[in-house]
Ligand binder design. Sequence first.
Ligand SMILES: C[C@@](CO)(OP(=O)(O)O)[C@H](O)COP(=O)(O)OP(=O)(O)OC[C@H]1O[C@@H](n2ccc(N)nc2=O)[C@H](O)[C@@H]1O
Ligand SMILES: Nc1ncnc2c1ncn2[C@@H]1O[C@H](COP(=O)(O)OP(=O)(O)O)[C@@H](O)[C@H]1O
Length: 287
Amino acid sequence: MTDTLTLPSPAKLNLFLHITARRADGYHELQTLFQFLDYGDDLHFTSVPGEHGARLAHSLPGVSDADNLILKAAELLADKASGPLPGVVIDIDKRLPMGGGLGGGSSNAATTLLGLNRLWRLNLNIDTLADIGLALGADVPVFVRGHAAFAEGVGEQLTPATPPEDWYLVLKPACEISTREIFCHEGLTRDTPKIKIRPAFEGDASRYRNDCEDVVRKLYPEVNQSLEWLSQFGPARLTGTGACIFGRFPTESAARIIWESKPSGITGFVAKGVNQSPLHQKLTELK
Ligand SMILES: C[C@@](CO)(OP(=O)(O)O)[C@H](O)COP(=O)(O)OP(=O)(O)OC[C@H]1O[C@@H](n2ccc(N)nc2=O)[C@H](O)[C@@H]1O
Ligand SMILES: Nc1ncnc2c1ncn2[C@@H]1O[C@H](COP(=O)(O)OP(=O)(O)O)[C@@H](O)[C@H]1O
């Protein structure tokens, strides 16, 4: 009999995103508030007797296996082990749009680190896994740690936060946005004054902004139109560098009513904001 472990790989939202400085190496200092959604991809880890190490069940469209963050995470983890590792094939149910600002690739990497750490019985602690994750991307550590967080630096300095667990309508305008293009743009706001963080951020994040939004709206009319449409019903924001946008609602039914009336040609979903990652909820249940 083959063993399969299925683990969630949730989306994140940047409830706000301030750019406070540009570093000498070109990277930007951020202040952002991450919250997870109870919606995302699923990763299936199936043991393969007679094989060693991890492989993918299938490739993702437009991503070479060598660039796939799932395999990159598996390779970095394998470097920490001594001796041959049991064979595992990793299959993915991809629901999150790629390059949408929902952190799907980073979340896949984190789910792989936690999933293989368990299957390979490596017993690496969360700090070590978060360090490995940071080498793969600035958004990976928050998914490894699994608690909503206020982030500083390039996103790796995390302070746990407890924003309200509201419902969100997330829309994906029909365009692809490169993170690099937005951070390189000369019109980007890069000098937002730092705000004081509190250990438990319970304030209303919609008082704050996403500094990437003005540039993205100018470059991508699809995002501009979607934000104008969603703003009729309450505060609407870009997540990360886009292209996804979100509106906040007190109940699922309030979000679904607006979802039903969305303009044609836009995809998206309704999901609940959660302060504990669904990945960590599942791992706790399995213990
Ligand atoms: C903006 C955020 C906010 O959560 O999310 P996404 O929109 O990607 O989800 C992240 O900080 C994205 O981090 P990450 O996804 O690791 O970015 P990368 O692919 O490494 O960065 C692509 C390029 O963006 C620029 N970049 C990225 C992050 C940063 N803090 N400053 C930068 O200047 C750099 O030019 C880099 O080469
Ligand atoms: N497993 C993966 N899932 C999604 N994207 C991946 C994956 N591995 C590598 N990538 C690359 O990472 C890029 C960013 O993807 P993603 O994390 O989903 O978006 P974002 O950083 O905008 O939130 C994709 O465009 C893709 O080229």
